[in-house]
Write a new protein. Structure first.
Length: 429
């Protein structure tokens, strides 16, 4: 029989772990009908020299806003991804009251390096609740299979208002309303509930994002609707108040699968082996918990106009939401640079290994692109941070000219210093 479509002669990787084989793949309607040799189709595609696989699923993205101006979600679809999950780390854009739209935008700007101007121009604020957000996504259309968690930070702001950024303990009534918002979201089709306790997640004005203020009691109350409804996944980023052991302790009572991010190797650290051991032991005891891992080494890119990773130390955090002139003045100040260098050198959360940090882009000094900061600093006889900031100042940081940023972009090549970026491109206005 002739199938609707045959993808002919590619190397088929079927996802089972079996080695690739040369085969034809037949499709009828929206289903794979057969995998074999010499299949016949009314339409045929020559896949010789290519790999044919099931569509990849990207389980950790931050497309919550980008879905509206890039419905093909091109950073994913261009690489064979057919299904994505947004809202990770608790950073959904719904639920959101009108008075907090700017606050949600500034939070995403800092924790996910998204352009605030793009967010302001690109989000069609036709929704307040999470069910309304899903309806808006469906109405605008999306090319991939799209799922999204309802986020803890958004839920806190929706119920507690500005206090969500300031107060650790919600009132009993506030906790009840937050749980109701989660329940409504999951019942309407949210992928589940997501949160973060990670110290790297600083939002508006450098403050900890609202979910970082929450303790175990609050988290348990917001996870409960998943168990009550018997649907959804919980995605957690452990850190300050919520620890890895809490993830495994909380899951059995909820009964729905949990996932946490991310199990990364760290040079000279036993973190990965310790977490793998913990996971094996607790899963053997019945905990349905799945650590997220990466399928390739990670590369983290940032600019000195918005240095996400450096913002974990006080000197850089104090510059968040300050005008570019204030940031330039600090970068030029020898006293500020000494303090920042010392904080980075002794940092608990982030301590750069300058030999793995390279210059990705410099408009003023393109000849330095690809150079690592450690060797550049040694050549100039200065501290590594001084070398990096000198380039940034010479390039005027993020001064906008004809719609483009002029900046120094730094790239860190160690997986343990990297962060998974779902919003992989920074769209130009």
């Amino acid at each position: 029989m002739a199938h609707d479509l045959v993808i002919r002669g590619g190397t088929v990787i079927d996802g089972t772990g079996a080695p690739g084989v040369r085969a034809d793949v037949a499709v009828d309607g929206d289903r794979i009908a057969e995998v074999g040799d010499r299949l016949s189709g009314r339409r045929e595609l020559d896949a010789a020299g290519h790999v044919v696989t099931p569509g990849f699923i990207d389980i950790h993205t931050h497309y919550d806003a980008q879905v509206f101006w890039d419905p093909a979600l091109t950073p994913s679809s261009w690489h064979g991804v057919t299904s994505v999950v947004a809202g990770n780390c608790g950073f959904s854009i719904a639920p959101c009251r009108p008075e907090h739209r700017g606050l949600i935008g500034r939070t995403l700007q800092h924790v996910e390096d998204m352009s605030l101007a793009t967010l302001e121009a690109g989000i069609p604020w036709e929704f307040e609740t999470f069910p309304e957000y899903l309806d808006t996504v469906e109405r605008h259309g999306v090319a991939l299979n799209y799922a999204a968690y309802v986020g803890h930070t958004a839920v806190r702001l929706f119920v507690m208002g500005d206090d969500g950024y300031e107060r650790e303990e919600p009132t009993g009534e506030e906790l009840r309303r937050m749980a109701a918002a989660v329940r409504d979201a999951v019942a309407a089709g949210a992928a589940g509930f997501a949160t973060s306790s990670a110290p790297t997640h600083a939002g508006d004005r450098g403050r900890p994002v609202p979910s970082r203020l929450a303790g175990r009691e609050e988290l348990a109350a917001l996870l409960a609707p998943l168990g009550e409804l018997g649907r959804g996944v919980a995605e957690l980023t452990p850190g300050e108040r919520i620890h890895h052991t809490d993830v495994y302790d909380l899951q059995p009572a909820v009964g729905q699968p949990f996932t946490w991010t991310a199990l990364l190797t760290m040079r000279g650290s036993p973190f990965a082996s310790n977490m793998a051991k913990l996971n094996a032991e607790r899963r053997a005891d019945g905990a349905d918990v799945w650590p997220q891992v990466t399928c390739r080494p990670l590369t983290f890119q940032m600019t000195l106009a918005e240095p996400f990773t450096f913002n974990t130390v006080k000197a850089f955090r104090s510059l968040m939401d300050r005008p570019v002139e204030a940031r330039l003045a600090a970068y030029r100040d020898p006293g500020w640079r000494r303090a920042a260098q010392e904080e980075l050198a002794t940092g608990r959360v982030f301590r750069p290994r300058w030999s793995t940090v390279t210059i990705a882009e410099s408009r003023g000094h393109p000849e330095l692109e690809g150079r690592d900061v450690a060797s550049l600093a040694a050549e100039r006889g200065v501290e590594p941070l001084d070398a990096l900031l000198a380039l940034a100042v010479a390039d005027d940081l993020g001064e906008r000219r004809r719609g483009h940023d002029r900046h120094v972009a730094a790239r860190g090549r160690d997986a343990d210093r990297a962060v998974r970026r779902g919003c992989a491109r920074r769209p130009a206005l």
